[in-house]
Unconditional design. Structure first.
Length: 600
């Protein structure tokens, strides 16, 4: 039987057994090594991750600082509002959930998805991604009633800014709204859905008003249900702010400017504090806090009176005859003006082939500085402008605070324009012409100023020559930015002429007379277009609104050691006396009430 296999022949090769044993040992070695790596080497890290899955954190939003008027009346407060968030980690079907949210909240499905996609990369999967803000009670109820069927949805309680006087302070305070992409990228302290100040003091004082968020840490079970609260770091509330603005005066000015376009500035001449600041027309700032609708936005942006424009900081105007106060100061400073010397005004002045006319066709006759200011004689200042020239006028104007921002704590402030030879050459590629000195001298031509600048200059004439920064906060100390280059005698000459403009029977500011109060003022009528023969022949009410002249009145009132500058500029108001005068008078009556009503 030699052909049969022996039992030894059926045994596997010995080297195969060794190989199998080695493979088994290697496999166990790998398991052991992996176990050591996970449990020992990376044990702490995985323990931290496990703990993180057990613990969740959420921000505790800090209440925004309150804003009060001068007398303590609340202007900007916080009230609870509800937002809807989606926690992606807990949401079983995001697409279906977004469909339901759009139905419950009656929102466009594509808009809901855009919000979701925008925030997906900025919010962690276990944190709520805010889908919609400012939910109504009915919407909150609809979400809460269906939360069990749609896990991942969460109602968040946030604070919403409320403005007690929505229109009254809209341009001073601005408003609060959701941060945009640029603001989120620029500020690491902001999260998606956070609100920040837009425009006004809400924007300028954002760091102080916002406060610091807190953190709340709590345990969750495997389903994500909140269990015990572990740790809380309380938020730090934003700083409260008190304005220098008098609520009663602000309301009075706002009411007086209804239906008008323009600016009113009332300034404490000794401190620079702003007592009233109105840009008309206005808008309700509360429309923006919860998200303004497309319809509301179009209504505001398409309004021909431009209520969104803050004319206080974003507009500059030709000053008209108000600029004669600057011209008087320049002539005195340069010793090129003798206050008692008279100039004959026949009603016009000829320069070459061009005739520059005075507003009074028959002329004013012989006038000195005081009479020229009281009756606003153009020819007097034409001749003064010819003597001074653009270089002296522009130099003094800059020194008097014109041609540059005042520094008020509001964004986007314009500085106006004081023309120079260099400016015209650079802007138009043309040389300065002699006739432009005459237009410059009566506040026309290329000259643009702001009512804030005028108020600051008026204040300097009566406070010792100090150009003060306009202050909007009640606790802000006076800040002297520079001095007007006039001595006391020169300032008193101009001040006296302003007083006579009010008390003199032929003065243009008689509407500002206030019994028991020293009042000085100067009117101005600033052309917005070249006067054609057709326009000259029209009566005031026949002139198209947008072609009517701007109306200025700039003045001051003082009594019992208190001094205030009041500047009113009414766009297309035609005449300073009738267009702006009544508003100035109303302000003075409020600031200096009759004795029987008691002093304020």
């Amino acid at each position: 039987m030699s052909g049969l296999l022996s039992p030894q022949d059926k045994e596997p090769p010995r080297h195969g057994q060794l190989l199998l044993q080695l493979l088994v040992l290697l496999l166990f070695g790998l398991f052991t090594l992996r176990f050591w790596y996970l449990q020992v080497h990376e044990g702490r890290e995985f323990a931290r991750k496990a703990r993180a899955n057990q613990l969740r954190q959420e921000h505790v939003y800090a209440p925004r600082g309150l804003i009060r008027a001068r007398d303590g009346e609340l202007l900007a407060t916080n009230e609870p509002a509800y937002a809807l968030g989606i926690v992606r980690e807990e949401c079983q079907d995001v697409e279906a959930t977004l469909d339901m949210v759009s139905r419950w909240l009656d929102l466009d499905r594509k808009k809901v998805e855009r919000v979701y996609l925008r925030g997906r990369g900025k919010v962690k999967p276990f944190e709520p991604l805010i889908i919609s803000q400012d939910l109504s009670f009915e919407q909150v109820a609809a979400v809460e009633a269906n939360k069990l069927r749609w896990p991942g949805l969460e109602i968040l309680v946030r604070s919403r800014r409320n403005y007690a006087f929505g229109e009254l302070f809209c341009h001073v305070l601005g408003y609060v709204a959701e941060a945009n992409e640029n603001e989120l990228e620029a500020d690491p302290g902001l999260s998606l859905g956070d609100h920040v100040g837009k425009l006004g003091l809400e924007q300028v004082l954002e760091p102080q008003l916002r406060g610091v968020k807190g953190v709340r840490e709590f345990e969750v079970d495997v389903t994500g249900r909140r269990m015990a609260e572990v740790n809380t770091q309380p938020p730090e509330a934003g700083q409260d702010v008190t304005l220098s603005i008098d609520l009663g005066l602000q309301q009075l000015v706002h009411d007086a400017m209804q239906g008008k376009e323009g600016v009113v500035v009332v300034m404490d001449s000794d401190t620079g504090q702003i007592m009233a600041l109105v840009s008309a027309p206005t808008f309700d700032a509360n429309h923006f806090t919860g998200g303004i609708s497309t319809k509301e936005w179009r209504a505001l942006s398409d309004d021909p009176m431009h209520p969104l424009l803050n004319r206080v900081t974003q507009s500059a105007y030709p000053p008209g005859s108000v600029f004669k106060l600057v011209m008087a100061g320049c002539g005195l400073h340069e010793n090129m003006l003798n206050p008692s010397e008279t100039v004959f005004c026949p009603g016009y002045l000829k320069l070459g082939s061009h005739t520059f006319r005075c507003w009074r066709r028959g002329g004013h006759g012989n006038v000195n500085l005081r009479r020229a200011l009281v009756e606003s004689c153009d020819v007097y200042f034409y001749r003064l402008g010819m003597k001074l020239g653009v270089d002296r006028i522009s130099k003094f104007s800059f020194a008097a605070g014109f041609g540059k921002p005042t520094g008020i704590d509001l964004p986007h402030e314009k500085g106006g324009n004081i023309p120079t030879r260099e400016w015209k050459e650079k802007t138009f590629g043309e040389r300065w012409q002699k006739g432009e000195d005459l237009n410059f001298s009566i506040g026309q031509g290329y000259t643009l100023v702001t009512p804030l600048q005028v108020a600051r200059y008026i204040s300097a004439l009566i406070n010792g020559g100090k150009l003060l920064k306009p202050q909007l906060l009640a606790d802000a100390p006076p800040e002297v930015q520079s001095d007007v280059p006039l001595d006391e005698y020169q300032r008193m000459l101009i001040k006296s002429a302003m007083v006579h403009t009010v008390v003199d029977p032929s003065g243009t500011c008689w509407r500002a007379r206030t019994p028991g109060v020293t009042v000085g003022a100067k009117t101005g009528t600033a052309q917005v277009t070249r006067l054609t023969d057709e326009l000259k022949a029209m009566k005031d009410h026949e002139i198209p609104y947008r072609l009517r002249d701007h109306a200025w009145m700039a003045g001051f009132g003082e009594r019992d050691g208190r001094r205030y500058a009041v500047v009113v500029m009414v766009e297309h108001g035609l005449h300073g006396s009738s267009g702006a005068g009544p508003v100035v008078k109303a302000c003075l009556d409020y600031l200096f009430p009759r004795a029987k009503r008691g002093h304020r």
